[in-house]
Design a protein. Structure first.
Length: 183
């Protein structure tokens, strides 16, 4: 099933406990809410996401994170109904666009108080839908070995993972074309 315009993507997701939240496309005007998500995340969560001690997002980074074509680079934000701002963001960025097989790196930042509640899992499934429509056939992710929560997201996603251990990271690669994986 094709998505009419992924730049207008909207969906309803549910946390493990049944709490609903909204998923929507990240837009250019989301610069400040992305900055807020980053600033409300712990230093450990930032380190797990960026592999460095990072204290802020530059204007250049915010431009990159919000100026999306939703083909080679797509991002979804998760919003809890009672919150102001966003509780998580997930994105994919195509690696070497238009080479075969088409593969994209996927990454997430989930606010600490929402980690372990299924938000990243829902973001992964919806990003997969957008990527499939763009003929991307594989996702890959790189994580620090100590980032157990994110490793579990991939382990429990239902996709068949190829995992490799690098000196300082864990890398997973998995095909996303399996239509049996439900949304």
């Amino acid at each position: 099933m094709s998505i009419p315009d992924p730049r207008e993507y909207r969906a309803l997701g549910y946390m493990i406990d049944g709490t609903p939240f909204f998923l929507r496309a990240v837009r250019e005007w989301d610069r400040e809410v992305l900055r807020d998500l980053f600033e409300r995340s712990s230093q450990q969560s930032r380190y797990f996401r960026y592999f460095e001690n990072k204290n802020s997002l530059s204007d250049k980074e915010l431009d990159y994170y919000t100026r999306l074509d939703f083909e080679h680079h797509a991002a979804l934000a998760a919003e809890a109904p009672e919150e102001d701002g966003i509780i998580a963001v997930g994105r994919y960025i195509e690696i070497q666009p238009l080479t075969e097989p088409r593969r994209a790196e996927v990454a997430f930042l989930v606010r600490d108080d929402y980690q372990g509640k299924g938000v990243a899992t829902q973001l992964l499934k919806h990003l997969t839908r957008i990527a499939r429509d763009n003929n991307i056939v594989e996702f890959e992710a790189e994580m620090l070995p100590s980032n157990r929560k994110m490793i579990e997201v991939f382990d429990h996603s239902g996709y068949e993972m190829k995992r490799s251990r690098e000196p300082d990271s864990v890398r997973v690669v998995f095909p996303i074309h399996d239509e049996r994986i439900p949304f």
